[in-house]
Ligand binder design. Structure first.
Ligand code: PLP
Length: 834
């Protein structure tokens, strides 16, 4: 039994020394009961589900908070350099399982729950995902935070505390329906509100120029409409190392509960309404993945995050160093996760000049030496541009600063290439043709000391195309940082059976050094080990089959090949190509062409942006084809297709351990990296994929024999531009022609004629940017090789083991070490042990 926690004053007056909390089943059980009964006021007899989960979370949070304080004190006392990861998205998923794993409290907590007649796994299912992101970009930010804490690097995440995260996807009559995700409804036991660190954020108004006491001309931003940014901190535990880093999320609130002027004028209700308007800023995550939508509220969100975070960092600097910023760039670094937080560039300039009195050159040195930019896409529809008139109305002082940055930059361009006005026009941060617009990507490149892509091919294409002019001007600024994912969440936590098997064979050091998995290679030749490996996969497939039965009403037989494509629905990711293949398999079955058949269960899942009509049509097609295929007696035991609703982090934790085949089939040159591909590889799935993004590096690591390659290369895709003739491709491929005929003839839409005409037209268009028809034949051939390989269980299992063994490079620990070596230059700071 714990003794009573008896606080007493330690050496430092005002600080209390508290005995550490129990890390065994007894300590956990005692604290759980205290929270459940006393804090939340519930009795055993009236168990309400979310109170059980909340109590459990609070027990763990207490244990994190101890370590959190010690970590932050260690950073503070060592006066180390710190990095800040600025991101509009953090797709964290659930926190409870992660805390259990990283605190090494899985066994103790399971025992404590058992003693109370509860099941820890069921308790974990009560937590809703923190879905504060769209997909890969937001999940990358979450994996990075996990790796930084595990590597004991002083890195803080800054983001937005959206009241509503990514929408919940429901299916009704074969269509996607969006439901708001009010994830905070039952409170969030992981966050701590920090009202003492609230900051003021300005919008609108104008610049006022005045002569300062130094005789110089200064600017101030006046007549603004202000909102308050209040931080909420979430603990980010490292893996069993005593470190807990911080994710600081900002919420918008009104400046005052009641605006007194309006109150006195009798406009009580208007004053209260103003409070509502302020809180709109952080109300909802924009659900567009890989496309911008140009809405003013989105720009407000972006500036709100940038300004609040910078003010927070500057406050801490000034507390320590006063107004002397000479060493600031040696102690601070901002990593911009795509262009979304790029308002941080002019905002840091503004704060340093207007609020702290620095001159332009000094402020520019600091800004350009602290900012680093990660690009996430080459797709033109994703490149953010803000109309100058909107930007100037919302952020007038920032627009002036951007103009000045651009004027000085244009001078640099013209001195490097005198008289090349065409190049100046191309490179200008302000696009002048048509409605003038700010090119956020160019602003980020001009102001950063590092610009990186997220896989080798992507970084190369950035230098050759999007940023070619900038690469010529500043080649040393450009670099690659191939993405990674955290093996703690994506293996240790989500695949305990495989983890235990790996531990038995090569030890457990792989959790923090994933390159150790290469030691598994020799086990690929061990027949007994292969049998164990196969058994684990089958058990994981059983769990996924249960989820598919429950959520899709489709029976998946675990002896079939589990063929999985889960990711955002987007034309460039080519879920359509996958569906064409399923239709082709169905056509073969109906034609009786089923000799040496490999049974397949095809799973497709993902959300479409609510305004992306074609993506929503593709979901309808998947569901319509599934309906025909699954209800045709001829397909029994041969083919199943299911669309899994509401794809999210906690679903992927069940899916990736169970997949046999990982579909990574984007048009070459379009997927920047992909990270789903890495999660699948780690868990022993084999990839069927194009030479795109990190697929190329995955194939390099595992070897061509254990990867099913197909499709045009990025160069061939580019060369096809203007010479693409899908009609000729279909005419020369009988099987593709049959598939297109099934689609056109209404076989999958008997009651809604014409429903899939837009899909057919997209495939048949010479302007189809995704070249779906071009890759059909080589995709089918690759899939035939997949089928043959899966029939040979020993061969397949060998390839599966080799994929896991070769996945070490794709740990986000490696990625973060690369960022730190080349960009951040942070020292490891172990947490204090008391
Ligand atoms: C990993 C992940 C993604 C990214 O998947 P890609 O296949 O790289 O597009 C998107 N959403 C969720 C929930 C994920 O876990």
């Amino acid at each position: 039994m714990n003794t009573v926690n008896k606080p007493f004053l330690a050496k430092h007056p005002g600080t209390m020394k508290i005995p550490p909390l129990g890390m065994n089943a007894i300590g956990v059980e005692e604290d759980f009961c205290r929270y459940f009964n006393h804090t939340l006021g519930w009795e055993k007899a009236s168990v309400s589900s979310h109170h059980v989960y909340s109590s459990c979370a609070l027990v763990l949070r207490d244990r994190l908070v101890e370590r959190w304080r010690r970590t932050q004190r260690a950073y503070d006392e060592s006066d180390c350099k710190q990095a800040y990861y600025l991101s509009l998205e953090f797709l964290m998923g659930r926190a409870l399982g992660n805390a259990l794993l990283n605190l090494d409290l899985e066994g103790a907590s399971a025992e404590a729950m058992r003693n109370l007649g509860l099941d820890l796994e069921e308790v974990q299912e009560l937590e809703s995902d923190a879905g504060l992101g769209n997909g890969g970009l937001g999940r990358l930010a979450a994996c990075f935070l996990d790796s930084c804490a595990t590597l004991q690097l002083p890195v803080t995440g800054y983001g937005i505390r959206y009241e509503y995260g990514m929408f919940r996807q429901k299916l009704e009559h074969g269509r996607q329906m969006e439901e708001p995700d009010h994830w905070l409804r039952n409170g969030n036991p992981w966050e701590i509100e920090r009202p003492e660190f609230a900051v003021n954020i300005q919008f609108g108004g104008r610049s006022d120029f005045y002569t300062g006491s130094d005789g110089g001309l200064h600017a101030r931003w006046v007549d603004t409409q202000d909102v308050v940014a209040v931080p909420y901190d979430m603990p980010i535990p490292g893996y069993r190392n005593g470190t807990v880093n911080t994710l600081r999320l900002w919420k918008a609130t009104a400046t005052e509960e009641f605006n007194l002027d309006e109150f006195n004028a009798g406009s009580y209700t208007e004053a209260v309404a103003a409070k509502n308007a302020a809180e709109h800023i952080t109300m909802v995550l924009y659900p567009n993945d890989a496309s911008e939508n140009g809405k003013e509220l989105r720009l407000r969100q972006q500036y709100f995050l940038a300004s609040a975070s910078l003010q927070d960092v500057l406050r801490q600097w000034v507390n320590k160093n006063g107004n002397d910023f000479t060493g600031f760039a040696e102690k601070n670094c901002f990593q911009l996760n795509d262009t979304h937080p790029t308002c941080a560039v002019p905002e840091l300039m503004r704060l340093l000049m207007d609020e702290h009195g620095l001159g332009w050159d000094e402020a520019w040195d600091i800004t350009s030496n602290t900012m680093a930019y990660t690009n996430h896409t080459l797709l033109p529809e994703a490149l953010e541009r803000w109309p100058v008139h909107m930007f100037g109305r919302l952020l007038p002082r920032l627009l002036e600063i951007i103009y000045e940055i651009n004027a000085r930059f244009m001078e640099e361009v013209s001195s490097r290439w005198p008289g090349d006005t065409e190049r100046e026009r191309r490179m200008s941060i302000v696009e002048e043709c048509g409605v003038p617009q700010i090119r956020m990507a160019y602003l980020a490149v001009v102001a950063s000391h590092s610009v990186n892509g997220v896989a080798a091919l992507h970084s190369k294409l950035l230098q050759q195309h999007l940023f070619h002019d900038f690469f010529e001007l500043w080649p040393a600024r450009f670099n690659n940082k191939t993405n990674g994912v955290t093996p703690r969440r994506w293996m240790a936590s989500s695949n305990p059976l495989l983890s235990a098997l790996i531990d038995q064979s090569i030890g457990d050091a792989w959790r923090t050094d994933l390159s150790r998995l290469t030691a598994l290679r020799e086990f690929a030749d061990d027949k007994k080990f292969r049998a164990e490996w196969y058994k684990v996969k089958q058990a994981n497939k059983q769990k996924l089959a249960e989820m598919v039965a429950k959520d899709c009403g489709v029976e998946f037989d675990t002896s079939a090949l589990f063929d999985v494509q889960v990711k955002r629905i987007h034309e460039y990711k080519r879920q359509l190509l996958n569906v064409l293949h399923v239709i082709h398999l169905y056509d073969r079955i109906k034609s009786g062409d089923i000799a040496d058949w490999t049974p397949r269960c095809v799973l497709i899942g993902g959300k479409a942006a609510p305004g992306y009509i074609m993506a929503k049509r593709i979901i309808r097609l998947v569901i319509a084809v599934a309906d025909v295929v699954n209800h045709d007696p001829a397909t029994k035991g041969l083919l199943r297709l299911a669309f899994l609703p509401d794809y999210r982090v906690s679903a992927m934790e069940v899916i990736c351990p169970a997949a046999d085949l990982s579909e990574q089939i984007s048009t070459a040159g379009k997927e920047a990296s992909g990270t789903g591909n890495m999660k699948f590889m780690m868990n022993g799935a084999i990839t069927v994929g194009t030479l795109d993004g990190a697929n190329i590096e995955i194939r390099e690591e595992v070897g061509a024999e254990s990867f099913f390659l197909f499709g045009l290369t990025a160069e061939q895709v580019e060369a096809a531009h203007g010479h693409y003739d899908p009609a000729a491709i279909v005419a020369s491929d009988k099987e593709l022609a049959r598939v297109m005929h099934l689609l056109e003839s209404g076989h999958f839409n008997l009651f809604e004629p014409g429903l899939f005409d837009p899909v057919v037209q997209a495939i048949m268009s010479p302007q189809d940017p995704w070249l779906t028809a071009a890759d059909f034949r080589s995709y089918v051939l690759a899939q035939q090789k997949v089928s043959a390989a899966y029939r040979d269980r020993e061969r397949w299992t060998r390839m599966s083991i080799l994929n896991t063994a070769a996945s070490g490079k794709f740990s986000s620990d490696r990625t973060i070490q690369d960022y730190n070596r080349d960009i951040w230059h942070l020292l490891q700071v172990p947490a204090h042990v008391e």
